[in-house]
Design a protein around this ligand. Structure first.
Ligand code: ARG
Length: 250
């Protein structure tokens, strides 16, 4: 009798530990890849409820699936992304991020997955800024640490432009709709989303600065090559195009 009880107990123990093991195992089995982003940049990354969606989120998901990782998205200020990657807090940064020589000094970039331009948003009526040259003496809203910020700071701050730097593009656009700045310089697709969401503003015809978007990774990380392989497969089989087309109508 004692033996039987012992056996049953032992069997129960094995079962519970097996159950515990598999249930934890299922969650921990797949290693995570942390993506640093700034999720206020529709259509590349933005919130739908409490979920981050968009072109970057979906391409990252497809890459992680190919590489056998679980994707975790870490939302932060745009100007914290590179530090998150260099410090190892995040495995890669993907945020409609433009490849620049300055950034290449601290991180590596994967192959580019799409291109963009910087554009100027102004009030629909009585705009002080009618063309790119008018930026010289304007007050310009930008998102802190973005290429828009870098270009106008380099080009127009000396000539008397006043640069107002915001943590979110949306805050720069809000300042524009309130008449607190004369123009906003930002990437073309988010600009279109802002114009669609706000009355009384428009995008000027002359865009400037063509850019390549890519994923940033820690210098000399083996992830670069892994991501590039996955990315080229996803480009070849049409997945990247399908994701971009889903979010960018025309
Ligand atoms: N393309 C610009 C840059 O790399 C702006 C990117 C802003 N991205 C964002 N998720 N807020 O500087």
């Amino acid at each position: 009798m004692k033996k039987i009880i012992a056996l049953v107990l032992a069997a129960m123990l094995v079962c519970t530990s097996a159950v515990m093991f598999t249930s934890c195992g299922a969650e921990e089995g797949k290693k995570e890849l942390h993506m640093a982003t700034n999720a206020f940049f529709e259509p590349y990354e933005y919130y739908d409820g409490d979920k981050v969606v968009g072109i970057d989120a979906e391409i990252a998901e497809a890459i992680c699936e190919k590489l056998g990782y679980e994707l975790v998205i870490d939302d932060m200020d745009f100007d914290s992304i590179i530090t998150a990657v260099t410090s190892g807090k995040a495995d890669f940064g993907m945020a409609g991020m433009t490849v620049t020589d300055e950034r290449l000094e601290s991180v590596d970039f994967t192959d580019s997955y799409t291109t963009a331009t910087q554009v100027i948003i102004v009030p629909e009526e009585n705009s002080k800024v009618k063309g790119i040259d008018d930026l010289e003496s304007a007050s310009i809203g930008v998102q802190l640490g973005t290429t828009g910020d870098i270009y106008v700071s380099d080009e127009y701050e000396k000539s008397g432009a006043k640069i107002e730097r915001f943590n979110k593009g949306a805050d720069a656009v809000l300042a524009l709709t309130q008449g607190k700045v004369d123009a906003v310089v930002i990437d073309n697709e988010p600009a279109k989303a802002f114009v669609a969401q706000n009355d009384g503003i428009k995008i000027l015809d002359d865009p400037f600065a063509d850019e390549d978007y890519a994923i940033c990774v820690a210098k000399d990380s083996e992830l670069t090559e892994q991501i590039n392989t996955a990315l080229s497969e996803l480009k070849e089989d049409g997945t990247v195009k399908k994701i971009i087309d889903k979010y960018i109508g025309d």
